[in-house]
Design a protein. Structure first.
Length: 157
């Protein structure tokens, strides 16, 4: 009888250790996934803004942390391009129009932390400085990732 009780106690301890390890692996996997999601969203937003800023002849940041950010240029065929980046519902939206036509709107970043200290753009001295922060996950398990980049618009401006 004592041997059976000892065997059950040892088996219970092994099971408890295995359950604890499994929970820790699942939590770490979730955090890694949230980090990857936040990082990808911030980098995607920076990619699109950088791409358009390098074409721009005119950069006009807004008053509230630099958003909405308006970028515009004229192509060789005299077509006027205007792109407006705005933050709405924790998403960075890109609204693109040619010659004032119907704009095409897409989302270039999700889970964006729109607090002005976390997501900003400034245009000073011919340099556009971006800082984008994305937050993924819920509650105390949320993960925030900030990405920053300095962009020089079209040369000679």
């Amino acid at each position: 009888m004592i041997e059976v009780i000892a065997t059950l106690a040892i088996t219970g301890l092994i099971g408890l250790g295995a359950a604890t390890a499994t929970v820790q692996v699942m939590n770490q996997s979730s955090r890694n996934s949230d980090y990857t999601t936040a990082s990808t969203q911030a980098m995607n937003a920076i990619y699109w803004i950088s791409r358009d800023a390098q074409m721009s002849q005119d950069i006009s940041p807004g008053e509230n942390s630099g958003f909405p950010l308006t970028l515009s240029w004229v192509e060789w065929d005299n077509s006027g391009h205007e792109i407006v980046y705005s933050i709405q519902d924790d998403k960075i939206r890109r609204r693109y129009s040619i010659d004032g036509g119907v704009p095409d709107e897409t989302v270039v970043g999700q889970y964006i932390n729109s607090v002005s200290e976390n997501t900003t753009c400034e245009y000073t001295g011919g340099m556009l400085t971006l800082k984008i922060t994305a937050t993924a996950g819920e509650g105390s398990r949320s993960v925030s990732v900030s990405k920053a980049r300095e962009i020089t618009p079209r040369p000679g401006l």
